[in-house]
Design a protein around this ligand. Structure first.
Ligand SMILES: [Zn+2]
Ligand SMILES: [Zn+2]
Length: 322
């Protein structure tokens, strides 16, 4: 290996490690990075490997009902953050809230370990603009199932936050801060779980839970399941299910996906009408996120929930079904 290759490799690793701390640290500029070829990069796969391998910690920590129930609860609370806040609030602005609640939503989203709300929203808005076209970052039709499911996130080209797409959000410095230092909330979240596990171990030994158990079940297992279920909307929701509307993309409606993602499975509905808060357009299309957001609106925490457009039920549009 020549000295040049060694120096380049060292610089690449150094930049990648620095980006785990500060995701806006891009020495050559975001534009240069976006020109890079689409390929899996091993340094960018390390956080995913770490997250998935962390689940194996269960071999040493074992399980307890407290740990398992914590993992299940945190899965659903954070899935609600993914669909209610990352998706329906930050990406599509389908309801309104106060600046304070918006910040709380962004912190909750941070615990999902799916990077910052600004990156998430910018990437998702890009998906809607180019759904299943050659420019789509995660299209099964264009780049295959595995790439749409996980490959696209491990590629440097898709790493920078496209601030030009989220000008409505980037005017809030607190959101930019959380987006830039997107490792901060996950680390604090994992440490808190470990701390709570340790306290319970000492002060409530009858629960049979330990610090390691809460870390492995509450953080690693719950977050890995959350990531895999979320990624299914980018991959499976464009492959399996039925289509009500003749959209230009391959989006599908699926009850199973809607149940595990609290309503995101009505993906064909969503691609047809992305500006409404509700994704299950009919009463039998279960959409837990919508019901929860509706209840939140009764408390005044959120308001101005955008309704399903009348056109969604019009004979003309439904006649166009595939
Ligand atoms: Zn889609
Ligand atoms: Zn969307």
């Amino acid at each position: 290996m020549s000295d040049n290759v060694i120096i380049r490799t060292f610089q690449h690793v150094r930049t990648s490690v620095a980006q785990w701390v500060d995701s806006d640290f891009i020495p050559g500029g975001a534009l240069a990075l976006k020109e890079k070829p689409e390929q899996v990069e091993w340094v960018r796969t390390l956080p995913f490997l770490f997250l998935h391998l962390g689940c194996l910690g269960v071999i040493w920590t074992g399980w307890s009902w407290t740990a398992v129930l914590t993992a299940i609860s945190l899965y659903f609370v954070r899935m609600f953050s993914v669909t209610g806040f990352f998706h329906r609030y930050f990406s599509h602005r389908t309801f309104s809230t106060s600046r304070f609640m918006q910040f709380i939503f962004a912190v909750l989203c941070g615990t999902c370990v799916q990077r910052g709300a600004l990156w998430w929203a910018a990437s998702h808005r890009h998906h809607h603009q180019h759904s299943d076209e050659p420019d789509d970052k995660h299209s099964v039709r264009q780049k295959g199932f595995l790439w749409a499911h996980i490959g696209w996130i491990t590629c440097s080209k898709n790493f920078p936050t496209d601030y030009s797409r989220i000008k409505d959000l980037s005017k809030f410095p607190e959101l930019v801060f959380l987006n830039r230092y997107d490792l901060l909330v996950p680390v604090l979240f994992a440490l808190s779980l470990t701390g709570i596990g340790s306290l319970l171990h000492h002060f409530a030994p009858s629960l049979g839970v330990t610090a390691g158990q809460l870390l492995v079940w509450g953080f690693f297992i719950s977050t890995t399941a959350l990531f895999q279920a979320t990624a299914c909307i980018n991959s499976l929701a464009h492959v399996f299910g039925s289509r009500r509307y003749k959209t230009d993309d391959d989006s599908k409606n699926s009850l199973i996906l809607a149940l595990i993602t609290l309503g995101e499975g009505w993906h064909n509905n969503h691609h047809q009408h992305m500006t409404c808060v509700r994704q299950g357009f009919f009463w039998w299309e279960i959409d837990i996120t919508y019901y929860t957001l509706k209840m939140m609106s009764w408390t005044g925490l959120i308001w101005d929930l955008r309704p399903v457009p009348k056109a969604a039920y019009s004979v003309l549009e439904l006649k166009n079904q595939t």
